[in-house]
Design a protein around this ligand. Structure first.
Ligand SMILES: NC(=O)C1=CN([C@@H]2O[C@H](COP(=O)(O)OP(=O)(O)OC[C@H]3O[C@@H](n4cnc5c(N)ncnc54)[C@H](OP(=O)(O)O)[C@@H]3O)[C@@H](O)[C@H]2O)C=CC1
Ligand SMILES: N[C@@H](CC=O)C(=O)O
Ligand code: NA
Length: 368
C-alpha cells in the first residue's frame, strides 16, 4: 500500500471516458489511500467538497450530481478552489473543450497538475504548446505542475510514452505512420472488410458513435481533424514546430452538401443520402483486389504530414485490422527497416480511461 501527501483530484467531464476514469480511480484508491476526489463537473452541473476533509464518494457521484449538483465553477473559480486545498491537486480534463485546454498553463503555473485525453491543447496553437511545456515542473521551474496526456493519441495505447522514450534516449525518428483513429478503423473495417460484404456507411457511423468511439461530435472524426490533431501532437514531440492542423493536407469525408449543417443530429440525418458515394469508392477498390482505409503519416525528416484515404492490398497488416484497432509504426535509426509497432484498441471509454488513470498514477507517484 502506498502512502504520502494527500492529493486532491478534480474531474472535469464525465461522459464516456470520464465515468470510467472515476470507476478506475475507485479501484486504485485502495492502493493509493492518499487520493481524494474533491470535484466533479459536467457542462451544466458540478459537485465539489466544501470541506476538503470530506471528499466526494467514488460510487454515488452520478446520483449526487443529478440531485444536488450546482452550477459549475468557472475555470478561474476551479483554480482558486484547488489552490485552497491543503495539499497538491490534479485536474483531470475529460472534455474536448478548447476553453478548458487553454487554461492548462494557468493551472500548471499554480503547481496544479493536469492529466487529460483531450487533444485540443496539444494540437492547438504552437504558442499554447510552448506555454504549457514552459509551465511544467522542471529543475528550473520547481513550483510548476506535471502534465500527462497519453490518451490524446491512440487512447490507452502507449504511443506518447513510446515516442518520448525514443526521443529522450537519443534515437532519430524518421517516420511515423498508420491508423490513428479508432472511429475510422471501425468504420472501414466493417464497411469495407477484407472478406464478405461490408455494411452501410451511415449505419456504421451510427454504430461507431453508439460504441463511444467517436468524438462528442462525430464530424470531428469524419472531417479528418481528429487524426490531424494526433499527428500534430506526435510531430511536435518528434521536434517539428507544426503550427496547427491547417499546415498540411487533411482529407475530409464530410459530403460538401452537409458541410454547413448546424447540428450533429442534422448531419446524421442527412448522411444516408451519401451511402452510395462511399459504396462506389469501396467497390472500385474491391475491383482491384484492394480495400480502402483512412491513414496518417509524418515524414519527420522532410517535415511532411498527410491525412486521408489510401487503398491497401488485402494482405497488408492495415487491411487486416479488427474493431477499433489502431496500428502505429515508428521508423527510427535504431529500429532500422523493422519499425517499432504498437497495435490495439484505439478508442472507447474504458481503454481511454486506462491511459488517463495510468497517467494519474504517474503524477500521484511523483507528488507523493
Ligand atoms: N471516446 C474515446 O474513445 C476517446 C476520447 N478521447 C478524448 O476524451 C475526451 C472525452 O471524450 P468522451 O468521453 O468520449 O466525450 P463525451 O462527449 O462522452 O463526454 C464529454 C464530457 O465533457 C463534459 N463537458 C464538455 N464541456 C465541458 C466543460 N466546459 N466543463 C465541464 N464539462 C464539460 C460533457 O458534459 P455533459 O455530460 O453535460 O455533456 C461530458 O460529460 C475528448 O477530448 C476525446 O477526444 C481520447 C481518446 C479516445
Ligand atoms: N474519436 C477518436 C477517439 C480517440 O482519440 C477516435 O476515434 O480515435
Ligand atoms: Na495513447
Amino acid at each position: 500500500m502506498q502512502s504520502g501527501n494527500t492529493i486532491y483530484i478534480a474531474i472535469v467531464g464525465v461522459g464516456g471516458v470520464g465515468r470510467h476514469v472515476i470507476a478506475q480511480l475507485h479501484l486504485i484508491s485502495k492502493e493509493y489511500p492518499n487520493l481524494r476526489l474533491c470535484h466533479i463537473s459536467r457542462s451544466k452541473k458540478s459537485l465539489y467538497a466544501q470541506d476538503f476533509e470530506q471528499p466526494l464518494p467514488f460510487d454515488s457521484w452520478e446520483h449526487d450530481l443529478a440531485q444536488t449538483g450546482q452550477d459549475p465553477l468557472s475555470l478561474d473559480g476551479l483554480l482558486k478552489y484547488l489552490a485552497s486545498a491543503p495539499g497538491k491537486s490534479v485536474v483531470v480534463d475529460n472534455t474536448s473543450s478548447s476553453d478548458v485546454a487553454a487554461a492548462y498553463p494557468m493551472f500548471l503555473k499554480q503547481g496544479i497538475s493536469v492529466v487529460t485525453p483531450n487533444k485540443k491543447a496539444f494540437s492547438g496553437s504552437l504558442e499554447l504548446w510552448k506555454d504549457i511545456f514552459n509551465s511544467v515542473r522542471s529543475p528550473s521551474n520547481p513550483t510548476g505542475g506535471y502534465v500527462y496526456h497519453e490518451s490524446s493519441v491512440g487512447a490507452g495505447l502507449p504511443i506518447i510514452s513510446t515516442l518520448k522514450d525514443l526521443v529522450d534516449t537519443g534515437d532519430e525518428v524518421a517516420r511515423i505512420e498508420g491508423v490513428f483513429s479508432g472511429t475510422m478503423s471501425f468504420l472501414f473495417n466493417t464497411f469495407a472488410p477484407v472478406q464478405g460484404n461490408g455494411g452501410v456507411w451511415s449505419d456504421e457511423v451510427r454504430r461507431a458513435k453508439a460504441a463511444g468511439f467517436t468524438e462528442p461530435d462525430p464530424r470531428e472524426d469524419l472531417n479528418g481533424l481528429d487524426v490531424a490533431r494526433k499527428l500534430v501532437i506526435l510531430a511536435r514531440i518528434s521536434g517539428l514546430d507544426i503550427q496547427n492542423t491547417s499546415s498540411f493536407p487533411v482529407q475530409s469525408l464530410i459530403p460538401k452538401e452537409l458541410e454547413s449543417v448546424k447540428s450533429a443530429d442534422e448531419f446524421m440525418e442527412g448522411l444516408p443520402r451519401f451511402d452510395g458515394t462511399m459504396a462506389s469508392m469501396r467497390d472500385d477498390a474491391n475491383a482491384q483486389g484492394k480495400v480502402v482505409r483512412f491513414v496518417g503519416s509524418i515524414d519527420v525528416k522532410k517535415a511532411v504530414l498527410n491525412v486521408g484515404i489510401q487503398t491497401f492490398d488485402k494482405s497488408h497488416p492495415i487491411a487486416a485490422l479488427k474493431g477499433s484497432d489502431n496500428i502505429i509504426s515508428f521508423y527510427t535509426k535504431r529500429y532500422g527497416s523493422n519499425p517499432l509497432i504498437v497495435q490495439g484498441g484505439g478508442a472507447g471509454g474504458e481503454v481511454t480511461a486506462m491511459g488517463v488513470t495510468a497517467d494519474l498514477i504517474k503524477v500521484i507517484q511523483r507528488l507523493s
